[in-house]
Write a protein that binds this ligand. Structure first.
Ligand code: NAP
Length: 312
């Protein structure tokens, strides 16, 4: 890497709820934070049609809440969108980051990298990905106006994506879930059903079919083993998340068996100067806890920088 073009106290990697809250707390404590986001700000939260458990709001859309977070964080931090951090290496007490416009030098790193969509790993999934098989309703929903779609999964993401797709004007939206009870919250289930969505219970997808584009899905009823073919224009896979931990791995950060970053009560990882917050780390994965973790990590970074400078 070449010499750093910009220096900062804290590099926050990821601009979801956790990263943006960290930016607010870091800036307000007198540090100079820079937030690097590989896409647009908002993270997973911005996909939710309604959030009803963030204190202070009886109901707010995820994108409205994240826009408010962004507007607030911009008062305290430089937020760089479409700026993925591709590499972080230690340089003395600091860290050198490779990202668009860089390299950058940071005293501390807050990993707020979130999580990515888990795959089903069934035949046809990889080949038809982007050709009718999708993992993101807000990214691809537009292409399925007046079409028939199937969402796979039974958690909050599946329900939120299915409800979002019904809003974008799909002709028909069903949700296939492998059990007879949804994991997602009741209010999201109610929103989905109120918009006309149907649930196929005890159902898994065993293959995605089509030549150049998806034309059907093979479904299996897990109770009686019967198989059926459902003609669909699009499938949205929403079967959970896998933590985005590549940068953490490269820094030698410890993780649990599921790949979630292990942090202490002050969001410190085992690597001095590296903190982790939000969906990439152990704990409850909610907006309120992500934001709380962001605040804690920023204060820890401030305290560690102050101590370090006092000792020098
Ligand atoms: P999740 O809660 O882990 O749910 C994943 C769903 O996929 C589960 O219903 C699971 O079935 C199913 N599944 C997993 N592997 C499968 C497979 N191989 N085949 C078929 N189905 C499979 O994941 P998520 O919905 O992505 O949510 C992730 C986190 O974000 C959660 O903490 C969630 O609360 C949060 N979130 C919150 C909101 C909100 O608006 N409040 C919105 C989105 C996400 P089982 O139920 O049988 O395990």
């Amino acid at each position: 890497m070449e010499e750093a073009k910009e220096k900062m106290d804290v590099a926050i990697i990821g601009a979801g709820a956790a990263g943006l809250a960290a930016a607010i707390y870091a800036g307000r404590s007198g540090l100079s934070p820079v937030v690097f986001e590989s896409k647009m700000v908002g993270g997973q939260t911005s996909l939710s049609p309604s959030i009803e458990n963030y204190p202070g709001f009886k109901s707010i859309s995820g994108s409205d809440l994240m826009t408010a977070f962004k507007n607030h964080a911009e008062n305290y931090a430089d937020i760089k969108e479409w700026a993925p951090v591709t590499k972080v290496v230690r340089q003395g007490n600091d860290f050198l980051l490779d990202a668009k416009g860089g390299p950058y030098l940071a005293k501390k790193i807050i990993l707020a990298t979130g999580a990515v969509h888990r795959k089903l790993n069934v035949p046809g999934e990889e080949e038809l990905s982007g050709k009718g098989v999708s993992y993101c309703a807000t990214c691809d929903g537009f292409f399925f106006k007046d079409r028939k779609i199937l969402v796979i999964g039974g958690g909050n993401t599946a329900l939120a994506e299915a409800a979002y797709l019904l809003d974008t004007g799909v002709k028909e939206a069903s949700l296939a879930h492998r059990r007879d009870k949804l994991r997602g919250e009741k209010f999201l289930e109610d929103i989905f059903k109120k918009k006309g969505g149907k649930v196929l219970w005890n159902t898994v997808a065993t293959s995605f079919n089509g030549e150049d584009r998806l034309s059907s899905v093979t479904l299996k009823n897990v109770d009686d083993g019967t198989e059926s073919t459902m003609e669909v224009d699009g499938v949205f896979v929403a079967v959970g998340i896998t933590p985005s931990n590549e940068l953490a791995q490269s820094l030698g950060v410890n993780m649990d068996d599921g790949g979630y970053i292990i942090v202490d009560l002050e969001q410190r990882t085992n690597v001095p100067g590296v903190y982790a917050v939000g969906d990439n780390s152990v704990g409850l994965r909610q907006v309120v806890t992500g934001a709380g973790a962001g605040a804690v990590a920023a204060i820890s970074a401030h305290s560690d920088i102050t101590k370090q400078e006092w000792e020098q």
